[in-house]
Design a protein around this ligand. Structure first.
Ligand code: FAD
Length: 214
């Protein structure tokens, strides 16, 4: 899929024809995803925690409570693995063995650093809001000093990353093609439902249009 080179740690071993290591492929997947899973080891116990993120150039930015165990640990330089998965479909084969899923996923390895510069921090927070809800930053109250103090922002470089993509129908064995059951793909996608206003929305306030998931 791609000529860009993996590192020894990011080389996909199973079905390597589904792998890509170039920035263009990884960026598209990261820009479409909404949730990443952050893996790290704390006192010998692995944790994998879901969180929001945004891509800013050649890095991911994540944020959270300054008291967060995960963020404090990552700030101190423990190794991190960040995964983003887009589920594109269910793949129903004629054999149980060949059932699969169509997906696009990215795995990032590295260490995080805290974003401490005030301008960069605000820019990262804007990126996270805009990544999830394009156009929202200009509409809402910006963070105040207390909120900024309570928030930690981390940057994870995309220097060591891999993507893996599966598309297409099931890959049944030839001898199973006559098996009398349905086989094929069930496409999946995230679709926004009509927005539900809370009780304090003033007259005239414009609801989001689901532009991210249209
Ligand atoms: C929705 C979904 C469902 C899946 N279901 C299964 C399943 O049921 N069984 C199964 O065995 N596998 C499944 N996979 C694939 C799985 O993610 C791994 O790719 C695979 O199990 C291990 O490959 P490997 O031995 O080459 O990886 P490893 O040798 O363990 O990994 C080496 C390196 O390859 C890269 N890599 C591995 N997998 C991925 C990935 N998915 N995306 C990006 N980079 C990757 C990473 O950089 C990793 O460090 C699924 C993937 C997705 C996204």
């Amino acid at each position: 899929m791609s000529d860009a080179s993996p590192t020894p740690r990011t080389r996909v071993r199973r079905l390597p024809n589904r792998a890509a290591y170039d920035a263009a492929t990884t960026h598209v997947i990261l820009d479409e995803g909404l949730v990443c899973h952050i893996g790290f080891v704390h006192e010998g116990q692995p944790f994998v925690l879901p969180t929001t993120y945004a891509r800013v150039g050649d890095a991911l930015v994540v944020h959270g409570s300054a008291a967060s165990r995960m963020l404090r640990g990552l700030r101190d330089g423990i190794p991190v693995c960040v995964t983003v998965t887009l589920l594109d479909g269910l793949v129903l084969a004629r054999s149980a063995f060949h059932h699969s899923m169509n997906y696009r996923s990215v795995v990032i390895l590295g260490t995080a650093t805290e974003v401490t510069d005030a301008v960069e921090r605000l820019s990262a927070l804007e990126a996270i809001v805009e990544h999830v809800n394009p156009g929202r930053w200009a509409e809402v109250r910006p963070p105040n000093g207390r909120e900024l103090k309570a928030t930690m922002v981390l940057r994870v470089p995309l220097a060591e990353a891999s993507a893996k993509v599966r598309t297409g129908p099931p890959l049944d064995d030839a001898e199973d093609l006559g098996w009398p059951c349905w086989a094929g793909e069930v496409p999946l996608r995230v679709v926004a439902q009509p927005p539900v206003a809370d009780g304090a929305v003033p007259d005239g306030a414009v609801a989001p249009n689901g532009r991210r998931h249209a």
